[in-house]
Design a protein around this ligand. Structure first.
Ligand code: ZN
Length: 326
């Protein structure tokens, strides 16, 4: 008998090429409105690739993007994907402060739910900026109706990362909210990033595939992969990025990412976050603040029922893994 394949979570942070943290000095917020936007076309390409592969994903969308591309939001929902929040304008949580953070996530969730006609329960912080400086953020997320966050990256990095954070799903402060951290591979006493993003473009594809296989073999737990629409767009305008490291990180291998993604979709089993981690999130019946009635046509046509597949909660205290099976 063969072991059931581990189903991992496929996620997309829906933002445009000029909104990433590393380019914040190059394109100030005030200039965003004048930039040629490519996010809708690029997200459409991802939707088409996921459709061909027969997989569903979670799309963490900026409120800023949803305001300008409502039809894209409805297409994401109609495709059977999970709609989730990436905050409004890609501002770091540690810079927003508690009141600003609450206003940001409330505004975004309302916009996404009103446009997509489905409940939004997932959140990913811009630049993985939930960290030791934002201990208040998890409670605010729960109060504002979210059931999970996927915002902690337990690695060492100059722009983000919380190296000592748990590597598997846990409930911060024993609250209602689950944090589902980005995937890392524990090697030689260090957590190596194994979640996609820039590393997926820098490393040769077989190296990334090997790392994710190792993770699955070691823990039989779902991984969390993330990408961005701009990462498959070699035709995006080249910006005059002064910082060489930022320039390299943003532009390296853009022309190869789409092909690598197609291989990744073939080589592993994928699904949306809320289904992959249904065993974790469903444990206590969910967050009462999340509940809301939807009657729009998008809801009727697009919402697919949560399947029974998936993970059990991790033993956060011992740092043990969650498991999944199909
Ligand atoms: Zn982002």
């Amino acid at each position: 008998m063969t072991a059931p394949a581990v189903v991992s979570a496929l996620t997309v942070d829906v933002e445009d090429y000029f909104q990433v943290q590393a380019l914040a000095d190059t394109v100030p917020r005030a200039a965003w409105e004048d930039m040629p936007r490519r996010v809708e076309k690029n997200t459409e390409r991802l939707l088409a690739a996921f459709d061909r592969a027969g997989v569903h994903a979670t799309f963490f969308v900026l409120g800023w993007v949803a305001e300008r591309h409502p039809a894209l939001i409805r297409r994401i929902v109609a495709g059977g994907h999970e709609l989730a929040s990436h905050g409004h304008g890609h501002e770091r949580v540690d810079r927003l402060g508690p009141a600003g953070f609450r206003a940001d996530i409330r505004r975004t969730r309302r916009r996404l739910e009103d446009t997509g006609g489905v409940a939004v329960v997932g959140y990913r912080a811009p630049t993985f900026s939930l960290n030791a400086a934002t201990p208040w953020a998890f409670a605010i997320l729960a109060e504002e109706g979210h059931r999970y966050s996927s915002s902690v990256y337990p690695v060492q990095h100059d722009l983000y990362g919380t190296p000592g954070a748990p590597r598997f799903p846990y409930r911060p402060d024993a609250g209602l909210l689950w944090e589902i951290p980005m995937t890392t591979l524990r090697t030689l006493g260090r957590n190596l990033p194994c979640s996609g993003g820039g590393w997926f473009r820098v490393l040769p594809y077989p190296a990334f595939r090997l790392a994710l296989r190792r993770f699955h073999q070691a823990h039989a737990a779902p991984g969390v992969f993330y990408t961005h629409p701009w990462e498959i767009d070699p035709g995006q305008p080249r910006l005059a990025v002064r910082n060489r490291l930022s320039r390299f990180r943003h532009y390296v291998n853009l022309s190869r990412t789409a092909g690598r993604l197609e291989r990744l979709l073939e080589d592993f089993a994928w699904d949306r976050m809320d289904r992959v981690f249904a065993g974790v999130l469903g444990e206590d019946g969910g967050n009462p603040a999340s509940r809301r009635q939807f009657t729009t046509s998008a809801a009727a046509g697009g919402r697919t029922p949560a399947s029974a597949s998936a993970g059990r909660p991790a033993d956060a205290a011992s740092g043990g893994p969650g498991h999944t099976g199909r």
